[in-house]
Structures are given as C-alpha cells and as structure tokens.
Design a protein around this ligand. Structure first.
Ligand SMILES: [Zn+2]
Length: 298
C-alpha cells in the first residue's frame, strides 16, 4: 500500500447541457455552427491573446490530514480570495493519510468551505486501492474503482454520496484517487447527478457527448505556460509545499491568473473536445510515464 501511495498522483519529487451561459457560450455556439468570428481560435474556443489560467486543487482532504500545514494555506486562500477545489475523502481508510489526530469538527470545516464558494470534490469513497487497473486516464495501474463491475462501483459511490448527504455537503465534482476510474465509474457518477470530472491531460475543459464536463488536471506545481487551462494539484505533505512560505509565495505570484471552478464551468460549458486536446493529452501522458520510469531508474 505504501509503495502504491507514493506513486499515487503526480508528485513533485518523483515526479448536452444548457448553452445559455454568456459570452463564452456564444463563442462555442458559433463554433458549432461554423460561423467565423475574428480573433476566435476555433480549436480552443478562446479569443486570441487570452493567456493561460490556473485552478488550484487540494487532494486527500480528510479528518486526519496535516492540519498544521493546512491552516496557513487556508489563511492564504482567504486573504487572496482564491476559491480552490478541495478533494474530500468521504470515509478515509488509507492509513498513509493518518497524519495526526482526527479533527472532530471536520465536516463543519467542509460545510464552511462550501459556504465560502469553494468547490468540494468527491475524492473516491475510502481511498483504498483494490484493483490493478489504470482506467481512462491511464497514469497509475491501481485504483479504488477501475476494473470493478458496475454493481460494486455503484454501491461504493452511493455510500460515498450518502456520507456527503448526511453531512449536508454537495459533491460539486468527481476527483478520482490516483486518477484511476473507468467508463462504468463515469456512468454511475452521471446516474448520481455528478456531471463534472477534474482529471485528464487535455489543454482546456470540454463537455463530452454524455454531458460530462471534463476539467483537466495536469500540474503538481505552478509553471509559467503561455496558454491553456491548468489545474495545479497540491499534496500538502509533499515537497515543496511542506516548506513554510512556499505556497504563499506561489499563490501571490500567480494570483492574477487563478480562477475558480465555477468560472471555468461557466466559460467552457458548451466547448467540445478538439483534436489538439487529444493530441496534447496523449503527449503529456507519454511524458509523465517516461518521467516516472526515469525517476525509478535514477
Ligand atoms: Zn488521493
């Protein structure tokens, strides 16, 4: 389990819904009808000159997380008015995520974050890896869901959503442990009313034919990149985030380019997947696999 945990998500050291959402929606509609608009990049659905933007995501949020590391980070988020995605584990059973005493007020915190307009992600059910499947994204060959029959996935996800409901929390988006889930998972999520996924290596968000909204997650640290919508996934215990002041420095440096999940959904709600999306995702996946192999050798 420990070995799997180390390689779970990208680590720094090893490393047809409604279309009435405003201007961006209108652009996508023009794209769909083939009407050319000056300055519009039809492969991305964006105006030319639009720079890259970033989403922040924090994984493995659970009662036994490292609260000493979290508290200063939370203060920075509030001070800079950044609305992150928090990937919450409904019933954590992963002992590697026991960083200290469990917080008895954990669900009060989650409700407060959602009240603040932060996005709450459903991060699996118990964060236990029980299969050797990589699923759709294909970066890790272990999963809590990928490879299981639909009935088992349905049962686990209903329990997960049931815990959220019991605690008065709405799951805004799906965040798979280890990026690992498959088509059955997506089908169950859709049946449970969860229609947004934070995963994949494409350049921009898009909505698929099932109506699922895919918002990419590609980075573990901030990097200056001239275009694209980039989700930076933070694991608080990993370097460099465990170093005091690092997160505050980076959050301030990139603040003007950081957007909220709701803003992204609103802007891209009618964008379809493009060929450059698929090509970019394939290249980035290959790059990440190569990097992972090299890190094991060197
Ligand atoms: Zn996780």
């Amino acid at each position: 389990m420990e070995k799997l945990r180390l390689a779970e998500e990208p680590r720094v050291n090893r490393a047809g819904a409604g279309c009435d959402d405003g201007p961006a929606t209108a652009e996508a509609g023009d794209h769909a009808t083939g009407v050319h608009l000056p300055g519009l990049d039809h492969s991305t659905g964006l105006r030319s000159g639009q720079k890259s933007r970033y989403l922040l995501r924090f994984d493995d949020i659970c009662p036994t997380m490292n609260w000493a590391l979290w508290r200063p980070v939370e203060t920075v988020l509030l001070d800079l008015n950044i609305k992150p995605i928090l990937a919450v584990i409904p019933d954590n059973q992963d002992c590697t995520l026991h960083k200290g005493e469990g917080n008895d007020r954990f669900w009060d915190c989650v409700r407060k974050w959602q009240y603040l307009g932060w996005t709450i992600g459903l991060h699996g059910y118990q964060h236990r890896y029980i299969t050797r499947q990589g699923g759709i994204v294909g970066i890790n060959r272990y999963s809590e869901f990928a490879g299981l029959c639909r009935a088992r996935q349905d049962a686990s996800l209903r329990r997960a959503v049931g815990i959220f409901q019991r605690e008065g929390v709405i799951p805004d988006v799906w965040v798979a442990p280890a990026h690992s889930f498959d088509e059955e998972t997506v089908g169950v999520l859709h049946s449970l009313g969860i229609t947004k996924i934070s995963d994949g290596y494409h350049l921009y968000p898009y909505r698929d034919r099932q109506g699922m909204m895919w918002v990419p997650q590609q980075l573990a640290v901030f990097r200056r990149i001239p275009f694209g919508l980039w989700t930076v996934c933070v694991h608080l215990d990993d370097s460099p985030y465990c170093h005091p002041g690092y997160f505050a420095h980076e959050a301030a440096r990139f603040r003007s380019s950081i957007v909220s999940f709701n803003e992204v959904i609103s802007e891209y709600s009618c964008r379809e997947k493009s060929l450059p999306d698929s090509m970019f995702a394939s290249c980035l996946l290959r790059l990440k696999r190569t990097k992972a192999k090299l890190s094991r050798i060197i």
